[in-house]
Design a protein around this ligand. Structure first.
Ligand SMILES: Cc1cc2nc3c(=O)[nH]c(=O)nc-3n(C[C@H](O)[C@H](O)[C@H](O)COP(=O)(O)O)c2cc1C
Ligand SMILES: [Mn+2]
Length: 487
């Protein structure tokens, strides 16, 4: 089932107890950010702010669009599950399986003549970003951030590849924004090509639309894969796109707000800091590229989507962790590695990845880890935990048990200096390395060494392993007879 737009998704959230309408007037200045922060802390529903101070009624904002859920009976990932047309109770494993299945069948977008995002078209002097209730999210932020749950559309000048990515956008003034475009990301690679020729990079920002649009924009797909095709795959229907007014790019036709413009070559202006996804206000104000907005189009009564990064769990981890896990799994399968499951635990802010696998030969954990570091979705993972195939990687209790009983504190831990990391923000790096993203990684090998004689490998003391089948069957069969409730 496909959602036509953000509004259909909001209606679905509301039906499922995953939306709170906030009729009370709220302030864009810190109050909205604090409310979203508390939504994450409590696993409270997404917040639809219906009246923002100083803004006309109708100019609304949606906070925590895919934040974690603690609604009774729902999965932590309920809003992601609903966006994919699954039940709100679908656990991480099921969402990853559905993602992997649909991901195999990309669906190209269609181009349509017109769409709701063209209901209002503003050019020239009419362009004013502050027309929208853009929040100052955290105390200490360097400015108001309009881009925290959105899609930046750019085109590779050397091919037909169109990239969608989510990169934070800070408002400088009515028609310029600051951008964080690291070279490790697709946009950094594309922008570099324009800049080398001293050309502005045409760009468009889409806010809103079908919920899969923002979702794939932070999915860590490989290069030259168009996120639009994967968005279509995830909703099993093409995403309708419309042409922009002033740039040769297309955007989702049902987007709430579209910003069209160009990223200037060789010019920089101070941007940041911003409370970030690792859980810290990391990185100082520093010179970054400038996005000049030449046109804005928007729906009547537009809804600005907002996430509020900071301590987990928030969109960046509850969303990124599932798609990133699935993308890493796909990359390892491409290499023919006998991997059973991959999971990025949400409190690890994407830095830790757990892989359960068969181990066909010695030092296999190292092969897995170095393979991960060679892939796009494996960028920015620093703790690689390799566990045997009988450990469920989505179950952190099982993973911790594997670490503390199977990983030798010296021989099982392999430190790898100087791997690429996320520049500017990585909290554990000293200041100079942090600026560059000169990171380090570690492999925790929690698999039984291949060279140990099999009789020396301890037997896991489980119900399955240590009791004969007839006793197990008897105990399970009589569970309620003993007086217990069935699980
Ligand atoms: C709310 C949010 C903000 C993000 N901001 C940035 C950012 O400013 N810079 C960046 O490189 N990645 C950022 N990311 C992560 C990217 O969206 C993610 O790595 C994505 O895969 C990038 O697209 P690409 O793979 O096409 O480069 C952000 C993610 C989220 C959820
Ligand atoms: Mn990409």
């Amino acid at each position: 089932m496909a959602f036509q737009d953000l509004r259909a998704y909001i209606a679905c959230l509301e039906q499922n107890g995953e939306l709170q309408r906030v009729a009370e007037e709220v302030d864009w200045q810190l109050e909205i950010g604090a409310i979203i922060r508390r939504c994450y802390d409590l696993g409270a529903p997404a917040a639809l702010f219906e009246k923002v101070k100083g803004y006309p009624r109708g100019y609304r904002a949606l906070g925590a669009p895919m934040g974690p859920s603690r609604y009774p009976g729902h999965s932590l990932y309920a809003r992601t599950a609903l966006a994919l047309g699954l039940g709100a109770e679908a656990p991480a494993r099921e969402i990853i399986e559905v993602y992997l299945a649909r991901r195999q069948r990309p669906v190209k977008p269609t181009v349509v003549e017109d769409g709701p995002c063209k209901e209002n078209i503003l050019t020239g002097e009419e362009v004013d970003l502050l027309k929208f209730p853009i929040p100052l999210i955290h105390g200490g932020d360097g400015g108001r951030y309009i881009g925290t749950w959105h899609t930046v559309v750019t085109k590779d000048p050397d091919s037909s590849w169109v990239n969608w990515g989510m990169y934070r956008l800070m408002v400088h003034d009515r028609n310029t924004m600051g951008c964080l475009f690291p070279m490790q990301q697709h946009i950094g690679q594309i922008y570099q090509k324009y800049e080398a020729k001293n050309l502005p990079m045409p760009a468009a920002v889409a806010i809103g639309g079908s919920p899969v649009v923002a979702r794939v924009s932070c999915a860590m797909l490989p290069s030259h894969v168009s996120e639009a095709d994967i968005a279509g795959a995830l909703q099993e229907e093409p995403i309708p796109l419309v042409k922009c007014e002033t740039v040769d790019l297309e955007v989702p036709a049902t987007a709430e707000i579209v910003l069209e413009g160009e990223v200037l070559p060789l010019e920089r202006k101070d941007e940041g800091p911003f409370g970030e996804y690792m859980g810290y206000e990391a990185g100082k104000r520093s010179p970054k590229p400038i996005f000049r907005v030449n046109a804005i189009t928007h729906r009547h009564d537009p809804i600005l989507t907002i996430s509020s990064m900071g301590m987990p769990i928030h969109e960046s981890q509850s969303v990124l962790s599932l798609t990133k896990s699935a993308e890493i799994y796909l990359e390892l399968k491409k290499l023919g590695l006998p991997v059973k499951g991959v999971f990025i635990p949400p409190y690890g802010v994407g830095h830790m990845v757990v892989i359960s696998t068969e181990t066909p030969f010695v030092n296999f954990a190292k092969r897995v880890a170095h393979s991960i570091w060679a892939t796009k979705p494996g960028l920015f993972t620093y703790y690689i935990v390799v566990v045997d195939a009988d450990v469920d990687p989505t179950n952190m209790d099982e993973v911790l048990h594997a670490i503390t009983t199977k990983c030798h504190p010296v021989n099982g831990i392999h430190q790898v200096p100087h791997i690429p990391g996320f520049p500017v923000l990585l909290p554990f790096l000293p200041p100079k390395e942090r600026l560059l993203g000169d990171a380090a990684g570690v492999i925790l090998d929690c698999t039984w060494p291949k060279d140990w004689p099999s009789e020396t490998i301890p037997i896991k003391a489980t119900l399955e392993n240590l009791w004969p089948k007839e006793i197990r069957d008897k105990v399970l069969g009589k569970w309620e007879v003993y007086g217990f409730k069935s699980p």
